[in-house]
Design a protein around this ligand. Structure first.
Ligand SMILES: Cc1cc2nc3c(=O)[nH]c(=O)nc-3n(C[C@H](O)[C@H](O)[C@H](O)COP(=O)(O)OP(=O)(O)OC[C@H]3O[C@@H](n4cnc5c(N)ncnc54)[C@H](O)[C@@H]3O)c2cc1C
Length: 510
Protein backbone atom coordinates (compact mmCIF):
# COMPACT_ATOMS: atom_id res chain seq x y z
CA UNK A 1 0.00 0.00 0.00
CA UNK A 2 1.17 3.51 -0.83
CA UNK A 3 2.36 5.86 1.91
CA UNK A 4 -0.04 8.51 0.60
CA UNK A 5 -2.93 8.82 2.98
CA UNK A 6 -6.28 9.89 1.60
CA UNK A 7 -9.22 10.60 3.88
CA UNK A 8 -12.63 10.80 2.25
CA UNK A 9 -15.19 12.66 4.34
CA UNK A 10 -18.59 11.14 3.51
CA UNK A 11 -19.70 7.81 2.07
CA UNK A 12 -22.23 9.25 -0.38
CA UNK A 13 -22.14 8.03 -3.97
CA UNK A 14 -19.31 10.42 -4.80
CA UNK A 15 -17.15 9.50 -1.80
CA UNK A 16 -17.71 5.80 -2.47
CA UNK A 17 -16.76 6.20 -6.12
CA UNK A 18 -13.56 8.06 -5.18
CA UNK A 19 -12.77 5.32 -2.65
CA UNK A 20 -13.26 2.57 -5.24
CA UNK A 21 -10.88 4.18 -7.71
CA UNK A 22 -8.20 5.31 -5.27
CA UNK A 23 -8.12 2.10 -3.24
CA UNK A 24 -7.81 0.16 -6.49
CA UNK A 25 -4.76 2.32 -7.28
CA UNK A 26 -3.20 1.19 -4.03
CA UNK A 27 -3.58 4.39 -2.03
CA UNK A 28 -4.17 4.23 1.71
CA UNK A 29 -7.85 5.27 1.80
CA UNK A 30 -9.96 5.89 4.90
CA UNK A 31 -13.61 6.89 4.54
CA UNK A 32 -15.09 8.67 7.56
CA UNK A 33 -18.88 8.85 7.59
CA UNK A 34 -21.20 10.44 10.16
CA UNK A 35 -24.02 7.95 9.53
CA UNK A 36 -24.11 4.27 10.49
CA UNK A 37 -23.62 3.00 6.93
CA UNK A 38 -22.81 4.02 3.35
CA UNK A 39 -25.05 5.85 0.86
CA UNK A 40 -25.83 9.31 2.27
CA UNK A 41 -29.00 10.42 0.47
CA UNK A 42 -29.25 6.88 -0.87
CA UNK A 43 -30.98 5.38 2.13
CA UNK A 44 -33.97 3.37 3.22
CA UNK A 45 -36.31 3.74 6.18
CA UNK A 46 -37.62 0.79 8.10
CA UNK A 47 -41.39 0.98 8.48
CA UNK A 48 -43.60 -1.77 9.80
CA UNK A 49 -40.69 -4.22 9.54
CA UNK A 50 -39.84 -3.52 5.88
CA UNK A 51 -37.10 -1.36 4.33
CA UNK A 52 -38.42 1.34 1.99
CA UNK A 53 -36.15 3.27 -0.40
CA UNK A 54 -36.53 6.82 0.89
CA UNK A 55 -33.95 8.71 -1.11
CA UNK A 56 -33.30 8.29 -4.81
CA UNK A 57 -35.54 5.74 -6.51
CA UNK A 58 -34.90 6.37 -10.22
CA UNK A 59 -31.68 4.69 -11.34
CA UNK A 60 -30.42 6.00 -14.70
CA UNK A 61 -27.09 6.26 -16.62
CA UNK A 62 -26.02 2.75 -15.71
CA UNK A 63 -22.98 3.23 -17.95
CA UNK A 64 -21.43 5.34 -15.19
CA UNK A 65 -21.36 2.32 -12.87
CA UNK A 66 -20.52 -0.09 -15.68
CA UNK A 67 -17.42 1.95 -16.42
CA UNK A 68 -16.50 2.50 -12.78
CA UNK A 69 -16.71 -1.16 -11.86
CA UNK A 70 -15.05 -2.35 -15.06
CA UNK A 71 -12.15 0.01 -14.35
CA UNK A 72 -11.46 -1.89 -11.12
CA UNK A 73 -11.81 -5.36 -12.55
CA UNK A 74 -15.43 -6.23 -11.80
CA UNK A 75 -18.84 -5.49 -13.32
CA UNK A 76 -22.26 -4.22 -12.37
CA UNK A 77 -23.73 -7.68 -13.00
CA UNK A 78 -21.17 -9.29 -10.70
CA UNK A 79 -21.97 -6.89 -7.87
CA UNK A 80 -25.70 -6.22 -8.21
CA UNK A 81 -28.95 -7.51 -9.67
CA UNK A 82 -30.61 -4.83 -11.76
CA UNK A 83 -33.43 -5.00 -14.31
CA UNK A 84 -34.68 -2.49 -16.87
CA UNK A 85 -38.17 -1.05 -16.47
CA UNK A 86 -40.40 -1.02 -19.55
CA UNK A 87 -42.48 1.87 -18.18
CA UNK A 88 -40.30 4.83 -17.22
CA UNK A 89 -43.11 6.58 -15.38
CA UNK A 90 -46.91 6.70 -15.26
CA UNK A 91 -48.42 10.19 -15.20
CA UNK A 92 -51.85 11.26 -13.94
CA UNK A 93 -53.60 14.62 -14.46
CA UNK A 94 -56.56 16.26 -12.70
CA UNK A 95 -58.65 15.96 -15.92
CA UNK A 96 -58.57 12.18 -15.42
CA UNK A 97 -56.07 11.52 -18.22
CA UNK A 98 -53.10 9.23 -17.81
CA UNK A 99 -49.95 8.63 -19.86
CA UNK A 100 -47.16 6.07 -19.63
CA UNK A 101 -43.74 7.11 -20.87
CA UNK A 102 -42.06 3.93 -22.04
CA UNK A 103 -38.51 2.77 -22.46
CA UNK A 104 -39.28 2.16 -26.14
CA UNK A 105 -39.79 5.59 -27.73
CA UNK A 106 -42.13 4.03 -30.34
CA UNK A 107 -44.46 2.91 -27.55
CA UNK A 108 -44.54 6.41 -26.06
CA UNK A 109 -45.15 7.87 -29.50
CA UNK A 110 -48.10 5.53 -30.13
CA UNK A 111 -49.52 6.30 -26.68
CA UNK A 112 -49.21 10.06 -27.27
CA UNK A 113 -50.90 9.79 -30.68
CA UNK A 114 -53.91 8.19 -29.06
CA UNK A 115 -53.93 10.22 -25.84
CA UNK A 116 -53.27 13.62 -27.43
CA UNK A 117 -53.02 13.69 -31.25
CA UNK A 118 -50.90 12.28 -34.09
CA UNK A 119 -49.39 15.78 -34.54
CA UNK A 120 -48.30 15.82 -30.91
CA UNK A 121 -46.76 12.36 -31.38
CA UNK A 122 -44.74 13.82 -34.26
CA UNK A 123 -43.63 16.64 -32.01
CA UNK A 124 -42.59 14.08 -29.42
CA UNK A 125 -40.49 12.34 -32.06
CA UNK A 126 -38.81 15.66 -32.95
CA UNK A 127 -38.28 16.33 -29.24
CA UNK A 128 -36.54 12.96 -28.83
CA UNK A 129 -34.28 13.80 -31.78
CA UNK A 130 -33.37 17.16 -30.15
CA UNK A 131 -32.67 15.67 -26.72
CA UNK A 132 -30.57 12.90 -28.29
CA UNK A 133 -28.44 15.45 -30.13
CA UNK A 134 -28.21 17.64 -27.05
CA UNK A 135 -27.10 14.77 -24.86
CA UNK A 136 -24.53 13.61 -27.43
CA UNK A 137 -23.21 17.18 -27.60
CA UNK A 138 -22.89 17.67 -23.86
CA UNK A 139 -21.82 14.24 -22.61
CA UNK A 140 -18.12 14.70 -23.39
CA UNK A 141 -17.46 18.40 -22.76
CA UNK A 142 -19.81 18.73 -19.78
CA UNK A 143 -20.97 15.54 -18.10
CA UNK A 144 -17.75 13.52 -18.29
CA UNK A 145 -15.35 16.44 -18.09
CA UNK A 146 -13.68 18.08 -15.15
CA UNK A 147 -15.44 21.35 -14.40
CA UNK A 148 -15.44 23.29 -17.68
CA UNK A 149 -14.92 27.03 -18.06
CA UNK A 150 -17.13 28.80 -20.55
CA UNK A 151 -14.30 29.55 -23.00
CA UNK A 152 -12.81 26.05 -23.04
CA UNK A 153 -16.27 24.56 -23.16
CA UNK A 154 -17.33 26.38 -26.33
CA UNK A 155 -14.03 25.44 -27.96
CA UNK A 156 -14.66 21.78 -27.13
CA UNK A 157 -18.19 21.91 -28.47
CA UNK A 158 -16.91 22.83 -31.93
CA UNK A 159 -19.05 24.21 -34.73
CA UNK A 160 -21.35 21.22 -34.75
CA UNK A 161 -22.04 21.30 -31.01
CA UNK A 162 -22.55 25.05 -31.05
CA UNK A 163 -25.02 24.54 -33.89
CA UNK A 164 -27.01 22.04 -31.79
CA UNK A 165 -27.15 24.48 -28.87
CA UNK A 166 -28.04 27.44 -31.09
CA UNK A 167 -30.94 25.54 -32.68
CA UNK A 168 -32.30 24.77 -29.23
CA UNK A 169 -32.18 28.30 -27.86
CA UNK A 170 -29.70 27.96 -25.00
CA UNK A 171 -30.71 31.28 -23.45
CA UNK A 172 -34.31 30.19 -23.10
CA UNK A 173 -35.70 28.68 -19.95
CA UNK A 174 -36.69 25.04 -20.02
CA UNK A 175 -40.33 26.07 -19.76
CA UNK A 176 -40.05 28.48 -22.72
CA UNK A 177 -38.27 25.91 -24.85
CA UNK A 178 -40.87 23.23 -24.14
CA UNK A 179 -43.50 25.68 -25.35
CA UNK A 180 -41.73 25.52 -28.73
CA UNK A 181 -41.63 21.72 -28.66
CA UNK A 182 -45.22 20.85 -27.67
CA UNK A 183 -48.70 22.27 -28.00
CA UNK A 184 -50.32 19.91 -25.48
CA UNK A 185 -49.82 21.62 -22.09
CA UNK A 186 -49.67 18.27 -20.34
CA UNK A 187 -46.55 17.24 -22.26
CA UNK A 188 -44.96 20.59 -21.57
CA UNK A 189 -45.63 20.01 -17.88
CA UNK A 190 -44.40 16.42 -17.98
CA UNK A 191 -41.03 17.33 -19.49
CA UNK A 192 -40.67 20.53 -17.45
CA UNK A 193 -40.75 18.40 -14.32
CA UNK A 194 -37.33 17.03 -15.22
CA UNK A 195 -35.85 20.30 -13.89
CA UNK A 196 -36.77 19.04 -10.44
CA UNK A 197 -34.37 16.10 -10.88
CA UNK A 198 -31.67 18.61 -10.15
CA UNK A 199 -33.77 20.48 -7.65
CA UNK A 200 -34.68 23.38 -9.91
CA UNK A 201 -37.59 25.46 -11.17
CA UNK A 202 -38.46 24.84 -14.85
CA UNK A 203 -39.21 28.57 -15.25
CA UNK A 204 -35.66 29.48 -14.19
CA UNK A 205 -33.72 26.47 -15.50
CA UNK A 206 -31.88 26.62 -18.80
CA UNK A 207 -33.33 24.77 -21.79
CA UNK A 208 -30.26 22.51 -21.75
CA UNK A 209 -31.87 20.59 -18.88
CA UNK A 210 -33.94 18.90 -21.60
CA UNK A 211 -31.06 16.44 -21.64
CA UNK A 212 -32.39 14.92 -18.41
CA UNK A 213 -35.34 13.62 -20.44
CA UNK A 214 -32.84 11.86 -22.68
CA UNK A 215 -31.04 10.38 -19.69
CA UNK A 216 -34.30 8.79 -18.58
CA UNK A 217 -35.32 7.70 -22.07
CA UNK A 218 -31.98 5.89 -22.28
CA UNK A 219 -33.25 3.59 -19.56
CA UNK A 220 -34.40 3.32 -15.95
CA UNK A 221 -33.44 0.27 -13.90
CA UNK A 222 -34.69 -1.24 -10.70
CA UNK A 223 -32.12 -2.50 -8.24
CA UNK A 224 -32.72 -5.70 -6.29
CA UNK A 225 -32.56 -4.97 -2.59
CA UNK A 226 -33.26 -1.28 -3.26
CA UNK A 227 -30.97 1.60 -4.11
CA UNK A 228 -29.02 1.09 -0.88
CA UNK A 229 -27.62 -2.10 -2.41
CA UNK A 230 -25.76 0.10 -4.88
CA UNK A 231 -24.07 2.02 -2.10
CA UNK A 232 -23.34 -1.18 -0.19
CA UNK A 233 -21.80 -2.82 -3.24
CA UNK A 234 -19.50 0.17 -3.93
CA UNK A 235 -18.41 0.10 -0.28
CA UNK A 236 -17.77 -3.65 -0.58
CA UNK A 237 -15.64 -3.20 -3.72
CA UNK A 238 -13.65 -0.37 -2.11
CA UNK A 239 -13.07 -2.51 1.00
CA UNK A 240 -11.93 -5.39 -1.19
CA UNK A 241 -9.20 -3.09 -2.49
CA UNK A 242 -8.16 -2.12 1.02
CA UNK A 243 -10.23 0.99 1.84
CA UNK A 244 -11.07 1.38 5.51
CA UNK A 245 -14.58 2.58 6.44
CA UNK A 246 -15.27 4.33 9.72
CA UNK A 247 -18.97 4.86 10.31
CA UNK A 248 -20.51 7.00 13.06
CA UNK A 249 -17.42 9.17 12.69
CA UNK A 250 -18.37 12.79 11.97
CA UNK A 251 -15.45 14.93 10.87
CA UNK A 252 -15.46 18.32 12.58
CA UNK A 253 -12.34 19.96 11.17
CA UNK A 254 -10.13 19.72 8.12
CA UNK A 255 -6.66 20.66 9.31
CA UNK A 256 -3.97 22.40 7.24
CA UNK A 257 -0.36 23.31 7.92
CA UNK A 258 1.81 25.63 5.82
CA UNK A 259 -0.89 26.00 3.20
CA UNK A 260 -1.67 22.34 2.69
CA UNK A 261 -4.03 19.79 4.17
CA UNK A 262 -2.54 17.62 6.89
CA UNK A 263 -5.49 15.62 8.23
CA UNK A 264 -8.93 15.63 9.78
CA UNK A 265 -10.24 15.85 13.33
CA UNK A 266 -13.15 13.61 14.21
CA UNK A 267 -15.87 14.45 16.70
CA UNK A 268 -14.45 11.72 18.94
CA UNK A 269 -11.30 13.81 19.36
CA UNK A 270 -9.20 11.54 17.17
CA UNK A 271 -6.90 13.08 14.55
CA UNK A 272 -6.38 11.21 11.26
CA UNK A 273 -3.31 12.43 9.38
CA UNK A 274 -3.75 12.70 5.60
CA UNK A 275 -2.01 14.45 2.75
CA UNK A 276 -5.15 14.40 0.59
CA UNK A 277 -8.76 14.94 1.76
CA UNK A 278 -11.82 14.57 -0.44
CA UNK A 279 -14.86 16.27 1.04
CA UNK A 280 -18.16 14.62 -0.03
CA UNK A 281 -20.54 16.72 2.08
CA UNK A 282 -22.43 19.75 0.80
CA UNK A 283 -20.13 22.61 -0.26
CA UNK A 284 -22.38 24.86 1.84
CA UNK A 285 -20.99 23.17 4.97
CA UNK A 286 -17.50 24.34 4.03
CA UNK A 287 -18.78 27.78 3.07
CA UNK A 288 -20.38 28.13 6.51
CA UNK A 289 -17.11 27.21 8.20
CA UNK A 290 -18.45 23.97 9.71
CA UNK A 291 -15.17 22.20 8.87
CA UNK A 292 -12.90 25.08 9.90
CA UNK A 293 -11.36 28.22 8.49
CA UNK A 294 -8.93 26.62 6.01
CA UNK A 295 -11.70 24.70 4.28
CA UNK A 296 -14.03 27.72 4.40
CA UNK A 297 -11.63 29.89 2.48
CA UNK A 298 -11.10 27.14 -0.13
CA UNK A 299 -14.60 27.51 -1.64
CA UNK A 300 -16.30 30.46 -3.34
CA UNK A 301 -17.92 32.60 -0.67
CA UNK A 302 -21.03 33.69 -2.51
CA UNK A 303 -23.90 31.38 -1.56
CA UNK A 304 -25.92 30.32 -4.61
CA UNK A 305 -29.68 29.68 -4.57
CA UNK A 306 -30.20 26.31 -2.89
CA UNK A 307 -31.99 23.57 -4.77
CA UNK A 308 -35.26 21.97 -3.73
CA UNK A 309 -35.78 20.11 -0.51
CA UNK A 310 -38.65 17.68 -0.02
CA UNK A 311 -41.37 16.51 2.29
CA UNK A 312 -41.56 12.71 2.05
CA UNK A 313 -43.60 9.81 3.41
CA UNK A 314 -42.25 6.26 3.58
CA UNK A 315 -45.22 3.93 4.02
CA UNK A 316 -46.24 0.32 4.18
CA UNK A 317 -49.85 0.50 3.11
CA UNK A 318 -52.36 -0.84 0.59
CA UNK A 319 -52.53 1.40 -2.50
CA UNK A 320 -55.98 1.22 -4.04
CA UNK A 321 -58.07 2.88 -6.70
CA UNK A 322 -55.66 3.24 -9.62
CA UNK A 323 -53.13 0.82 -11.05
CA UNK A 324 -49.72 2.12 -10.06
CA UNK A 325 -46.51 1.35 -11.88
CA UNK A 326 -43.07 1.64 -10.25
CA UNK A 327 -42.73 5.42 -10.77
CA UNK A 328 -45.87 7.57 -10.76
CA UNK A 329 -46.48 11.29 -10.95
CA UNK A 330 -49.72 13.01 -9.95
CA UNK A 331 -49.82 16.47 -11.50
CA UNK A 332 -51.83 19.54 -10.49
CA UNK A 333 -53.29 22.34 -12.60
CA UNK A 334 -51.40 25.64 -12.40
CA UNK A 335 -47.94 24.07 -12.30
CA UNK A 336 -46.22 27.46 -11.89
CA UNK A 337 -47.79 28.01 -8.47
CA UNK A 338 -45.74 25.14 -7.01
CA UNK A 339 -42.45 26.86 -7.86
CA UNK A 340 -43.71 30.32 -6.88
CA UNK A 341 -44.61 28.93 -3.48
CA UNK A 342 -41.24 27.24 -3.07
CA UNK A 343 -38.73 29.68 -4.56
CA UNK A 344 -40.52 33.04 -4.07
CA UNK A 345 -42.68 32.55 -0.99
CA UNK A 346 -40.35 29.99 0.64
CA UNK A 347 -43.27 27.86 1.74
CA UNK A 348 -44.59 24.37 1.12
CA UNK A 349 -46.62 24.23 -2.09
CA UNK A 350 -50.36 24.66 -1.67
CA UNK A 351 -50.88 22.54 -4.80
CA UNK A 352 -48.05 20.00 -4.79
CA UNK A 353 -47.22 17.61 -7.61
CA UNK A 354 -46.89 14.23 -5.91
CA UNK A 355 -44.32 11.61 -6.92
CA UNK A 356 -45.22 8.10 -5.77
CA UNK A 357 -42.74 5.24 -5.93
CA UNK A 358 -44.36 1.81 -5.61
CA UNK A 359 -41.22 -0.19 -4.94
CA UNK A 360 -42.88 -3.60 -5.21
CA UNK A 361 -44.13 -2.90 -8.74
CA UNK A 362 -44.41 -3.69 -11.56
CA UNK A 363 -46.11 -6.84 -10.39
CA UNK A 364 -49.50 -8.03 -9.28
CA UNK A 365 -50.56 -6.94 -5.83
CA UNK A 366 -53.44 -8.54 -3.93
CA UNK A 367 -56.29 -6.22 -3.00
CA UNK A 368 -55.72 -4.90 0.53
CA UNK A 369 -52.11 -6.10 0.52
CA UNK A 370 -49.74 -3.60 2.13
CA UNK A 371 -46.92 -2.54 -0.19
CA UNK A 372 -43.87 -0.29 0.00
CA UNK A 373 -44.81 3.25 -1.00
CA UNK A 374 -42.65 6.37 -1.02
CA UNK A 375 -44.33 9.74 -1.67
CA UNK A 376 -42.44 12.98 -2.26
CA UNK A 377 -43.47 16.58 -2.73
CA UNK A 378 -41.01 19.37 -3.44
CA UNK A 379 -40.29 21.84 -0.64
CA UNK A 380 -38.14 24.92 -0.02
CA UNK A 381 -34.66 24.32 1.41
CA UNK A 382 -35.22 26.31 4.57
CA UNK A 383 -34.67 23.51 7.05
CA UNK A 384 -31.95 25.47 8.87
CA UNK A 385 -34.08 28.04 10.59
CA UNK A 386 -37.20 29.10 8.81
CA UNK A 387 -38.43 25.58 8.09
CA UNK A 388 -42.13 24.81 7.81
CA UNK A 389 -44.04 24.65 11.07
CA UNK A 390 -45.74 21.44 12.21
CA UNK A 391 -49.03 23.05 11.23
CA UNK A 392 -47.80 23.85 7.70
CA UNK A 393 -46.50 20.30 7.31
CA UNK A 394 -49.83 18.84 8.44
CA UNK A 395 -51.66 21.10 6.00
CA UNK A 396 -49.40 20.04 3.13
CA UNK A 397 -49.92 16.41 4.08
CA UNK A 398 -53.69 16.91 3.92
CA UNK A 399 -53.41 18.59 0.48
CA UNK A 400 -51.12 15.82 -0.76
CA UNK A 401 -53.29 12.86 0.16
CA UNK A 402 -56.48 14.71 -0.84
CA UNK A 403 -54.97 15.33 -4.26
CA UNK A 404 -54.02 11.66 -4.64
CA UNK A 405 -57.57 10.66 -3.65
CA UNK A 406 -59.07 13.10 -6.16
CA UNK A 407 -56.96 11.46 -8.86
CA UNK A 408 -58.13 8.04 -7.73
CA UNK A 409 -55.32 6.80 -5.45
CA UNK A 410 -56.21 5.87 -1.93
CA UNK A 411 -53.40 5.35 0.60
CA UNK A 412 -53.84 4.76 4.31
CA UNK A 413 -50.96 6.35 6.22
CA UNK A 414 -51.13 5.90 9.98
CA UNK A 415 -48.78 6.57 12.87
CA UNK A 416 -47.64 2.92 12.70
CA UNK A 417 -47.10 2.42 8.98
CA UNK A 418 -45.69 5.79 7.89
CA UNK A 419 -42.56 7.87 8.55
CA UNK A 420 -42.50 11.49 7.45
CA UNK A 421 -39.31 13.40 6.64
CA UNK A 422 -39.18 17.20 6.53
CA UNK A 423 -36.64 19.74 5.20
CA UNK A 424 -35.47 20.15 8.81
CA UNK A 425 -34.75 16.40 9.01
CA UNK A 426 -32.78 16.52 5.75
CA UNK A 427 -30.84 19.53 7.02
CA UNK A 428 -29.86 17.60 10.14
CA UNK A 429 -28.62 14.64 8.10
CA UNK A 430 -26.77 16.81 5.58
CA UNK A 431 -25.11 19.65 7.53
CA UNK A 432 -25.01 23.06 5.93
CA UNK A 433 -27.59 22.13 3.29
CA UNK A 434 -30.73 23.74 4.74
CA UNK A 435 -32.32 20.51 3.51
CA UNK A 436 -31.41 21.19 -0.15
CA UNK A 437 -31.10 17.77 -1.70
CA UNK A 438 -29.35 18.64 -4.95
CA UNK A 439 -26.71 21.25 -4.05
CA UNK A 440 -27.34 24.58 -5.74
CA UNK A 441 -30.31 25.19 -8.05
CA UNK A 442 -29.54 25.11 -11.77
CA UNK A 443 -31.03 28.52 -12.52
CA UNK A 444 -29.90 30.70 -15.43
CA UNK A 445 -27.99 29.53 -18.48
CA UNK A 446 -24.55 30.01 -16.91
CA UNK A 447 -25.42 28.02 -13.79
CA UNK A 448 -23.93 24.82 -15.19
CA UNK A 449 -20.53 26.55 -15.04
CA UNK A 450 -20.91 27.87 -11.51
CA UNK A 451 -20.59 24.69 -9.44
CA UNK A 452 -17.14 24.22 -7.99
CA UNK A 453 -14.95 21.54 -9.50
CA UNK A 454 -12.93 18.83 -7.75
CA UNK A 455 -9.85 21.01 -7.28
CA UNK A 456 -9.73 23.72 -4.60
CA UNK A 457 -7.14 26.44 -3.93
CA UNK A 458 -6.14 24.64 -0.70
CA UNK A 459 -3.45 22.11 -1.62
CA UNK A 460 -4.63 18.61 -0.78
CA UNK A 461 -8.35 19.45 -0.45
CA UNK A 462 -10.71 18.13 -3.13
CA UNK A 463 -14.49 18.24 -3.51
CA UNK A 464 -16.96 15.60 -4.68
CA UNK A 465 -20.74 15.21 -4.58
CA UNK A 466 -24.02 16.58 -5.82
CA UNK A 467 -23.07 20.17 -5.01
CA UNK A 468 -19.98 19.88 -7.23
CA UNK A 469 -19.64 19.62 -11.02
CA UNK A 470 -21.29 17.87 -12.89
CA UNK A 471 -24.12 18.16 -10.35
CA UNK A 472 -26.69 16.10 -8.49
CA UNK A 473 -28.23 12.68 -9.05
CA UNK A 474 -26.76 9.29 -8.22
CA UNK A 475 -24.72 8.82 -11.43
CA UNK A 476 -23.61 12.45 -11.61
CA UNK A 477 -22.41 12.36 -8.00
CA UNK A 478 -20.48 9.20 -8.84
CA UNK A 479 -18.90 10.98 -11.80
CA UNK A 480 -17.84 13.85 -9.56
CA UNK A 481 -16.24 11.36 -7.16
CA UNK A 482 -14.38 9.77 -10.04
CA UNK A 483 -13.21 13.21 -11.24
CA UNK A 484 -11.93 13.95 -7.72
CA UNK A 485 -10.01 10.64 -7.69
CA UNK A 486 -8.44 11.59 -11.02
CA UNK A 487 -7.30 14.96 -9.74
CA UNK A 488 -5.78 13.29 -6.67
CA UNK A 489 -3.85 10.87 -8.89
CA UNK A 490 -2.79 13.70 -11.18
CA UNK A 491 -1.44 15.62 -8.19
CA UNK A 492 0.63 12.62 -7.12
CA UNK A 493 2.03 12.14 -10.61
CA UNK A 494 2.76 15.84 -11.12
CA UNK A 495 4.75 15.93 -7.87
CA UNK A 496 6.50 12.71 -8.94
CA UNK A 497 5.06 10.86 -5.98
CA UNK A 498 3.56 8.28 -8.30
CA UNK A 499 4.65 6.85 -11.66
CA UNK A 500 3.16 8.51 -14.75
CA UNK A 501 1.13 5.46 -15.75
CA UNK A 502 -0.70 5.67 -12.42
CA UNK A 503 -3.28 8.18 -13.70
CA UNK A 504 -6.56 6.79 -14.96
CA UNK A 505 -6.99 6.35 -18.67
CA UNK A 506 -9.67 8.45 -20.33
CA UNK A 507 -9.26 11.39 -17.99
CA UNK A 508 -11.04 14.34 -19.44
CA UNK A 509 -10.11 17.94 -18.76
CA UNK A 510 -11.57 21.01 -20.46
C1 LIG B 1 -35.53 12.11 -1.41
C2 LIG B 1 -34.49 12.11 -2.51
C3 LIG B 1 -34.84 11.67 -3.77
C4 LIG B 1 -33.88 11.65 -4.78
N1 LIG B 1 -34.21 11.11 -6.00
C5 LIG B 1 -33.23 10.83 -6.88
C6 LIG B 1 -33.47 9.93 -7.96
O1 LIG B 1 -34.56 9.37 -8.09
N2 LIG B 1 -32.45 9.67 -8.82
C7 LIG B 1 -31.21 10.21 -8.64
O2 LIG B 1 -30.30 9.92 -9.45
N3 LIG B 1 -30.95 11.05 -7.61
C8 LIG B 1 -31.92 11.35 -6.72
N4 LIG B 1 -31.66 12.09 -5.60
C9 LIG B 1 -30.36 12.79 -5.51
C10 LIG B 1 -29.23 11.85 -5.14
O3 LIG B 1 -29.60 11.03 -4.09
C11 LIG B 1 -28.01 12.66 -4.74
O4 LIG B 1 -27.71 13.64 -5.71
C12 LIG B 1 -26.77 11.81 -4.55
O5 LIG B 1 -27.04 10.59 -3.91
C13 LIG B 1 -25.79 12.64 -3.74
O6 LIG B 1 -24.61 11.94 -3.51
P1 LIG B 1 -23.37 12.66 -2.84
O7 LIG B 1 -22.16 11.95 -3.30
O8 LIG B 1 -23.45 14.12 -3.07
O9 LIG B 1 -23.46 12.36 -1.31
P2 LIG B 1 -24.61 12.52 -0.21
O10 LIG B 1 -25.66 11.55 -0.49
O11 LIG B 1 -24.96 13.94 -0.02
O12 LIG B 1 -23.81 11.98 1.04
C14 LIG B 1 -22.84 12.73 1.70
C15 LIG B 1 -22.39 11.94 2.91
O13 LIG B 1 -21.40 12.67 3.59
C16 LIG B 1 -21.63 12.53 4.97
N5 LIG B 1 -21.04 13.68 5.64
C17 LIG B 1 -21.27 14.98 5.38
N6 LIG B 1 -20.53 15.76 6.18
C18 LIG B 1 -19.81 14.92 6.95
C19 LIG B 1 -18.85 15.11 7.98
N7 LIG B 1 -18.49 16.33 8.38
N8 LIG B 1 -18.30 14.02 8.56
C20 LIG B 1 -18.64 12.77 8.17
N9 LIG B 1 -19.55 12.53 7.20
C21 LIG B 1 -20.13 13.59 6.61
C22 LIG B 1 -23.14 12.48 5.13
O14 LIG B 1 -23.51 11.84 6.33
C23 LIG B 1 -23.52 11.68 3.89
O15 LIG B 1 -23.58 10.30 4.17
C24 LIG B 1 -32.58 12.13 -4.55
C25 LIG B 1 -32.23 12.58 -3.28
C26 LIG B 1 -33.17 12.54 -2.26
C27 LIG B 1 -32.75 12.92 -0.86
Amino acid sequence: MSEHKVVIVGAGMAGLSSAVRLAHRGLDVTVVEAAAGPGGKVHSREVDGVAIDSGPTVFTMRWVFDELLRSVGTSLEAELQISPLSVLARHFWPDGSQLDLSARAQDSEAAIAEWSSPQEAQRFRAFCQTTRELYATLEGPMIRAQRPKLGGFTARLGMQGLGVLARMGPMRSLWQQLGHQFTDPRLRQLFARYATYCGSDPWQSPATLMLIAQVEMDGVWSVDGGMVSMAQSLARVARRHGADFRYRSPCVHIAARQGRVCGVHLQSGEFLPADRVIFNGDVQALRQGLLGEHARSAVPQEAPTPSLSALTWSMHTPAQGVALDRHNVFFQDHYASEFEDIFERQRLPQKPTVYVCAQDRPGQMQADQAERIFCLVNAPACGDGNGPTEEAVEQCQTHTFQHLRQLGLSLQPTANNCIRTTPQDFHQRFPGSGGALYGQATHGWTSIFSRPGAQTPLTGLYLAGGSVHPGPGVPMASLSGQRAAEVVMESLVSTRQFPMEATFGGMSTP
